[in-house]
Write a protein that binds this ligand. Structure first.
Ligand code: ATP
Ligand code: MG
Length: 476
């Protein structure tokens, strides 16, 4: 305990904390540091935002602190919530007055009254988030731990301070938060807390899509995202928010032949990728790369289980999923669609003899996302056979070096045709339409197949020859 206090005092140095202490004392408000900052301090994790609770008006304290921090301080006041945020040199400090909340079953909005520190700790989601450190001069650095949060931190446990059925029913988002913290911190959910999530899972439906996605994104971005997805599946939440993923689960056997469990495979791929990339959308692509497998699954007596075209079936499922989850329908969707639809291509290339033309086509279709695609494909290798893994990695290295060679030679990545549609229309006095499209396509194919280089002169000559065959005349 001694040592803990010393560490704590070290972490409470600096201008911000000094000012909070000064202003809180001047306003005669009991003031505490609380929430994620305290938790992360004990876990020795870097923390971003600072949460402050005071017995009194959080807005008043925030205004006093902001007024003394200097010019580069931003203050935002949320009167309706009784909270205020101070931004200072990249640090966000959230101020709230201690409150007591009571919920009625019919409404998601609690009745909020002013309260004591104890009342405020009672409304917190988990014991590890309900630790408070006193910031007033008298008793500076003292820890209040009403629910043995320190023990839970030590035992890596997520547990609600009060009856978990009430905690989760009051605010069902807390179920997602429990799983998110387990995934981010590598913690376990306390059995009674876990069971309460199973019982209350249906209530997740009353939470807005945006808030659910916030938590899902944090799970996906955690160091080992499979922890979160396994928990989502085991509690039954995943079947409600992403049934398409649950459909990947299971192994069917026919004539003594089984296929792999595509749910655990998918999570393995996501974990693999998490080791090499923190690109959120690449991670979403990993989560969805095999989403089309259940719909494409067939048993063929000669070959066994097949999943023909699962990458295209999967790609086509994404828009509906993105719409339902309130994920962005812009270039992010396009990016995930592209990666899902192309994820089988490098492996086919690695199997076959790698021709320049196949490499050019892949470069053309993947464009600037080619490196992300290769990362996804390498993460997709989950075979337990080390010889096979070595072989795949060797082939991918070959594909990568070929990609580099062809790209340096032909510049296909951001392909711009050397002769565009407008030029073709002018050349042969053609109206816009099918014929122009065909000529354009023929030029593109000739370049990708390596018949002509990606340059104006050869493309022009090629076009003239083709036009002659079609009986078109150059417009003078
Ligand atoms: P992080 O900022 O790393 O995501 P955090 O624990 O700081 O984690 P915040 O969302 O910033 O999480 O919330 C700050 C604190 O407010 C939490 O630690 C918790 O005590 C409390 N809290 C936040 N959301 C809820 C909620 N839905 N129900 C109860 N308490 C909550
Ligand atoms: Mg926080």
């Amino acid at each position: 305990m001694e040592q803990n206090s010393l560490v704590r005092l070290n972490k409470l140095k600096g201008k911000i904390f000094e000012l909070i202490t000064e202003e809180a004392d001047r306003l005669q408000m009991e003031t505490y540091l609380i929430g994620g900052y305290v938790r992360d301090m004990f876990l020795r994790r870097p923390s971003k935002d600072i949460d402050i609770v005071c017995v009194g008006s959080g807005i008043q304290l925030a205004e006093a602190v902001a007024g003394n921090l200097g010019e580069k301080t931003q203050l935002s006041v949320f009167k309706n919530f009784g909270t205020a945020q101070v931004k200072y040199k990249g640090t966000e400090i959230e101020f709230v007055g201690a409150r007591k909340e009571s919920y009625s079953h019919n409404s998601r909005k609690p009745i909020v009254e002013n309260g004591s520190l104890e009342d405020d700790l009672n409304r917190r989601d988990f014991t590890i988030n309900a630790l408070a450190i006193r910031l007033n001069k008298e008793g500076f650095g003292e820890l209040t731990d009403m629910f043995n949060g320190l023990d839970d931190l030590e035992n890596l446990l997520i547990r609600t301070p009060l009856d978990p059925d009430i905690t989760f029913s009051d605010d069902p988002l807390r179920m997602m938060r429990a799983i998110r913290f387990a995934s981010q911190l590598g913690f376990f959910i306390y059995p009674e807390t876990f069971e309460a999530i199973e019982r209350n899972k249906e209530r997740i439906a009353i939470i807005s899509g945006e808030r659910v996605i916030d938590e899902l994104n944090k799970i996906i971005l955690s160091p080992c995202p499979s922890i979160g997805f396994e928990l989502l599946e085991q509690t039954g939440l995943l079947a409600i928010i992403l049934p398409e993923l649950v459909a990947l689960k299971g192994i069917e056997t026919k004539e003594g032949v089984g296929h792999k469990d595509n749910f655990s495979h998918t999570l393995k791929v996501l974990d693999n990728l998490a080791k090499t990339s923190d690109n959120l959308w690449l991670r979403w692509a990993a989560l969805f790369h095999d989403i089309g497998k259940p719909k494409s699954k067939r048993f063929e007596p000669k070959t066994g289980w097949t999943f023909h075209s699962h990458e295209f079936i999967g790609m086509k499922m994404l828009k509906v999923i993105f719409q339902r989850l309130k994920l962005p329908l812009n270039d992010k969707l396009k990016y995930v669609e592209k990666l899902v639809s192309l994820h089988m291509r490098p492996i086919v290339l690695a199997d076959d003899e790698v021709t320049d033309s196949a490499i050019r086509r892949l470069l053309f279709e993947a464009g600037d996302d080619i490196d992300d695609l290769m990362q996804l494909c390498e993460a997709d290798i989950t075979s337990k056979n080390p010889e096979k893994v070595r072989q795949f990695l060797r082939n991918f290295r070959l594909v990568r070096s070929k990609l580099k060679e062809i790209e340096e030679k032909d510049r296909i990545r951001n392909f711009q045709p050397p002769i565009d549609g407008l030029a073709i229309m002018e050349m042969f006095d053609l109206p816009p339409g099918k014929e122009v499209g065909e000529l354009k396509l023929a030029i593109k194919d000739a370049i990708l197949d390596g018949e002509i280089p990606n340059e104006y002169e050869p493309a022009h000559a090629f076009l003239l020859k083709l036009a002659l065959e079609k009986g078109l005349r150059v417009h003078s």
